[in-house]
Design a protein around this ligand. Structure first.
Ligand code: F6R
Length: 239
């Protein structure tokens, strides 16, 4: 793990964004894996800035998002697809035909197969962006007794519901989601995990210094050979 402790979220966004933009300039038809939530937003802002300055184009990039809630209709304002269009896709030249999402309303087994095949057909994910849950989850792989492999349908933990329900004002937050599995995340060639704020400090400590266990799903990243962990001081305060 390449662990970097930076000053603030803007520096973290620029560090992650630079890795992504440099890579896209080297390999324009690359495959990027995206996360939603607060952690990657400064990275997406940096990518948008670079695009606006004419320093990078995403027109040939293919994307796969990590997860999607179950039970929300297409186009719902709280869906992760909407989040990605609002925070990145509509602001750069990404081709909407090249973006991929899990369908939270599809049959679990068929959807898992479809996503795995789509990723494989593109040659795998080159760079995967991750956040981390307060309970150590990555994507929506919650603490459990075993590491998952391909995409699956998860029942969200109370910790995740507490953290994310702030985004749901007039709709009840879904209690399940389709998520890429740990195996599919680990097959990404490079991973960038972003964690900021003291609410992530325990999870960050367990991820980096704890045993590798599905009780802290992010701890599996100790076994990935090209993972960059970008932290602010608060998230790094216990390591
Ligand atoms: C979202 C996702 C989640 C988040 C995590 C942290 O696509 O996969 O694992 O990355 O819950 O969320 P934030 O960044 O909002 O603290």
């Amino acid at each position: 793990m390449d662990i970097r402790i930076l000053e603030n979220v803007e520096e973290i966004g620029a560090a992650a964004g630079r890795i992504i933009c440099d890579f896209v300039n080297e390999k324009p038809a690359c495959v990027l894996g995206f996360a939603t939530g607060a952690s990657p937003v400064p990275t997406y802002n940096y990518m948008i800035e670079q695009f606006n300055e004419g320093k990078v184009s995403f027109k040939d990039v293919t994307t796969f998002n990590l997860d999607e809630y179950c039970g929300l209709p297409e186009g719902h304002k709280n869906s992760y697809k909407t989040f990605m269009f609002e925070n990145l896709f509509s602001k750069v030249d990404i081709d909407p035909a090249k973006v991929n999402f899990l369908d939270g309303n599809a049959d679990e087994a068929e959807e898992s197969r479809r996503y795995a095949e789509a990723i494989k057909a593109k040659g795998g994910v080159d760079i995967q962006i991750l956040g981390i849950g307060r309970n150590g989850h990555i994507a929506f792989n919650e603490p459990s007794d075993e590491f998952t492999d391909e995409a699956w349908k998860v029942t969200l933990s109370q910790s995740t519901i507490d953290a994310n329900s702030i985004y749901f004002d007039d709709t009840e937050m879904p209690t399940s989601a389709m998520t890429m599995g740990i195996g599919s995340i680990m097959r990404s060639k490079k991973i960038i995990l972003i964690a900021t704020g003291s609410s992530k400090a325990e999870a960050v400590k367990a991820m980096i210094q704890g045993e590798v266990t599905p009780q802290c799903p992010a701890s599996i990243l100790q076994k990935h050979d090209d993972t960059v962990i970008l932290l602010d001081k608060a998230a790094a305060s216990l390591i």
